[in-house]
Design a protein around this ligand. Structure first.
Ligand SMILES: O=c1[nH]c(=O)c2[nH]c(=O)[nH]c2[nH]1
Length: 296
């Protein structure tokens, strides 16, 4: 029997780094969670404990802080590319890298209607995300967001589904539609990451709102299509959307009616709707989706 080493990568997971840009009196805060993973010819490390090509994960962590100080951060995509290129050029045996960054939001505190330049309140749990893959000089950028929670109280139905002996769900022409959107998209060209993020997020939210929903599946597809139609740089978008069920609470035992006014917010289980939506002439994905969890 022979034993072989398969695919491997290593790095520092979840480096929490906060950068404050103080170049103007109105400070700008960037709060990141950075994961670095390197790959290449690391057989000697695994097979015989030869660490001559193993850039320590501790050094990778320090590089995150040092680069923030030396170069600033900019967009998560640009910072990930900066780090990845550095690591790929650091040790001859290291030929590839995967840098994943989640960005947490801070909103400015307003006092008496005036935005404070140096104090912040943590934003929603929503995160801006990026995963950058590098292989030598080649690179792939996936941008996205997660935990974008949206809800609508009208304009949603779910009817016409098959019924068998286990079906108890009533056909509903009125319901709350709510979800927590995780979206990731890849580009066909290099994109202006700082400019494109907010408009894509806005398109997702607006399409959720304006689409009359016959199912969360249809809403998901409409959201993905809208992004592809409006942004020529985006080749493909993947969406994962839990159906955050809201159950009409039965008031009959209390002798009250309940015309979709009072709901029980469900926790678990939840429907989980996921799809890839892409342009039919999208360039090949290459390594863009390698190791991206939580999608079809
Ligand atoms: O939008 C929905 N899609 C489903 O697939 C589904 N299944 C279900 O029970 N409710 C819903 N709602």
């Amino acid at each position: 029997m022979g034993i072989v080493l398969g695919a491997n990568q290593y790095g520092k997971a979840e480096v929490r780094m906060v950068h404050v840009d103080k170049s103007t009196p109105t400070h700008v805060i960037t709060d990141l969670n950075v994961t670095t993973q390197l790959r290449g010819d690391l057989a000697a490390a695994h097979l015989v404990g030869d660490n001559s090509a193993v850039l320590p994960t501790d050094t990778q962590k320090n590089t995150v802080y040092a680069f923030a100080r030396q170069y600033g951060v900019g967009t998560p995509e640009d910072f990930a590319l900066l780090l990845g290129r550095h690591f790929v050029n650091s040790v001859p045996e290291i030929t590839g890298a995967r840098i994943a960054i989640d960005a947490y939001s801070w909103d400015r505190i307003t006092v008496g209607g005036v935005e404070q330049p140096t104090s912040f309140v943590r934003g929603s749990g929503e995160r801006r995300t990026t995963i950058v893959q590098l292989d030598g000089d080649d690179f792939w950028v996936v941008s996205g967001l997660s935990d974008l929670v949206v809800l609508k109280t009208d304009g949603s139905e779910f009817v016409g589904f098959p019924k068998d002996q286990y079906t108890t769900l009533p056909e509903e022409t009125e319901r709350i539609l709510a979800t927590s959107v995780t979206a990731r998209w890849r580009y066909s060209d290099e994109a202006a990451y700082s400019e494109i993020y907010a408009p894509i997020r806005k398109t997702l939210i607006e399409t959720f709102s304006t689409t009359y929903s016959k199912a969360l599946q249809q809403t998901l597809y409409a959201m993905g299509s809208a992004v592809l139609e409006q942004f020529s740089e985006v080749a493909e978008i993947r969406l994962s959307m839990p159906n955050k069920h809201h159950y009409v609470w039965n008031m009959e035992p209390y002798g009250l009616d309940n015309p979709y006014i009072v709901f029980q917010a469900g926790d678990r289980p939840y429907g989980l709707i996921e799809a890839v939506v892409s342009k039919d002439d999208a360039p090949p994905a290459g390594r863009a989706w390698d190791g991206v969890p939580g999608f079809v």
